[in-house]
Design a protein around this ligand. Structure first.
Ligand code: NAD
Length: 421
């Protein structure tokens, strides 16, 4: 434990520094700070969250710098041009980093040989075969995911081989909510059709009639960070009614909760999914759920492709039960997303041909974006910063000389939120 007087001494020094600046406001602030820190010491309360996080970051970096003589070797898979500079800025000064473009698969896993930690993205393959080889043959001890979802990770296998997995649980959730809103508006006002018409010199309006958002009902399934963000935009920005369904109801949700998902499906004009993908949510929307929806409803999925039974969804679109579909995610997306097939020959294109995506792309009431909802400068910066902290946390947990007292709070803070296993 920390010696009890250390906090007070630090606080006094801080107070002196602040009070030397001599404005009344600063003196009051210093006095308040002294009081609150004394109270915390006396009552043995934990520091507030943001302060906790700041302390965690600072102590991770201090600890790593003081206890590690050789830089940790980190290999980054699925590196894209849009993120490289941001990742380099965060990681290069702390670790010995190699950036690789290929996706992690059983064919590319040996590229990780000799690295302590690896950094992966949303479509990298972290199934049992890959994990076993990573641990047994390559010697990798830690995986830092540059995403929130860990549905591609065989967590049991990681536990078996002692591979630690960290993720970025939250990165600017509003970026994803705003993208869901963009899909809704583009589908409603048929912007994809008018855009391509105008490009080819057709300025007519037939077939472009949309609906007013005000007074319509949005159904949010999964009212976590992103679902609540979209609910706020629709309720406060567009005057819509909002219904919600979640296993755990949240006080901050602006809409009205329903006890069952059918009630949301039956009464919503637009349904947006914000659930994690797991064994309970796989194919959450299939024929039965589509039958429960209002005829002509709009369905939005920015979460994970596996939430939809896509064959049933296409059938619903063809029959007009579903009015339109906006997706940023796709069940087999790892085969096609983040790749450019446009310059390939027909023969080469056939090797990667995806019949279901071809059907979806050909339907006028469907809008597909290639998993880009997170793609804002703000979110990329938060992902890179959290990834650095996760690797530092791993390095610190593995370092021998730790100042346990100083880092107790920090360890609790980071592990609870970012460690998967
Ligand atoms: P979150 O954890 O804050 O919210 C998920 C909510 O789903 C929680 O409130 C939880 O209680 C609820 N839930 C879980 N299982 C449920 C079930 N079976 N039935 C009803 N409710 C259930 O997550 P979030 O940050 O809002 O993210 C939602 C999803 O968005 C993530 O799982 C991730 O897959 C996806 N995502 C996509 C992108 C992108 O770029 N397209 C980016 C980030 C996240």
């Amino acid at each position: 434990m920390k010696p009890p007087n250390r906090d007070n001494n630090n606080t006094k020094q801080l107070c002196c520094k602040i009070s030397r600046k001599a404005t009344v406001k600063n003196k009051m602030r210093a006095h308040k700070l002294l009081l609150s820190q004394q109270q915390r010491t006396l009552l043995r309360l934990k520091p507030q969250r943001s302060e906790n996080r700041r302390r965690s970051r600072a102590s991770n970096e201090r600890c790593y710098a003081s206890s590690v003589t050789k830089k940790l070797k980190v290999v980054v898979f699925s590196t894209h041009d849009y993120e490289r500079e941001i990742l380099e800025n965060q990681l290069n000064s702390h670790f010995d980093v190699t950036f690789l473009k290929p996706r992690l698969t059983i064919e590319t896993v040996d590229l990780a040989h000799g690295y302590d930690a690896m950094c992966c993205f949303v479509n990298d393959d972290l199934s049992a075969d890959v994990i076993e080889r990573l641990s047994e043959k390559c010697g990798v001890k830690m995986i830092a995911l540059r995403c929130a979802g860990f549905d591609k990770v065989d967590v049991d296998c990681c536990k078996k081989f002692g591979v630690l997995v960290y993720r970025v649980p939250m990165y600017d959730p509003l970026s994803i909510a705003e993208h869901a809103m963009a899909l809704i508006l583009a589908l409603n006002r048929k912007l994809m059709i008018s855009h391509s018409r105008v490009k080819s010199g057709n300025f007519t309006l037939d077939g472009l009639v949309g609906f007013s958002m005000r007074g319509k009902t949005l159904g949010v399934i999964g009212t976590g960070k992103i679902g609540r963000g979209l609910a706020n935009i629709c309720a406060n920005g567009f005057g819509m009614s909002v219904l919600g369904y979640d296993l755990k109801q949240k006080r901050e949700f602006v809409g009205q909760y329903c006890d069952d998902v059918e009630t949301v499906l039956k009464n919503s004009d637009i349904i947006s999914l914000h659930l994690p993908l797991n064994e309970h949510t796989k194919h959450f929307i299939a024929e039965k759920e589509i039958d429960s929806m209002k005829r002509g409803a709009m369905l939005i999925n920015t979460s994970r492709g596996g939430l939809l039974n896509i064959k049933d969804v296409i059938c619903g679109l063809r029959l007009g039960k579903l009015g339109s579909l906006g997706i940023d995610v796709y069940e087999s997306e790892e085969k096609i997303f983040f790749k450019d097939f446009s310059n390939l020959t027909v023969e080469e294109k056939m090797l990667y041909w995806d019949d279901t995506m071809a059907q979806l792309s050909s339907l006028p009431q469907v809008l597909v974006t290639p998993h880009q909802a997170f793609l804002t400068h703000e979110a990329l910066t938060e992902i890179a910063e959290c990834t650095k902290q996760n690797i530092l946390e791993f390095a610190r947990e593995n370092a021998e000389e730790l100042d346990d007292a100083e880092n107790d709070d920090a360890r609790t803070d980071v592990s609870n939120t970012t460690r998967v296993c």
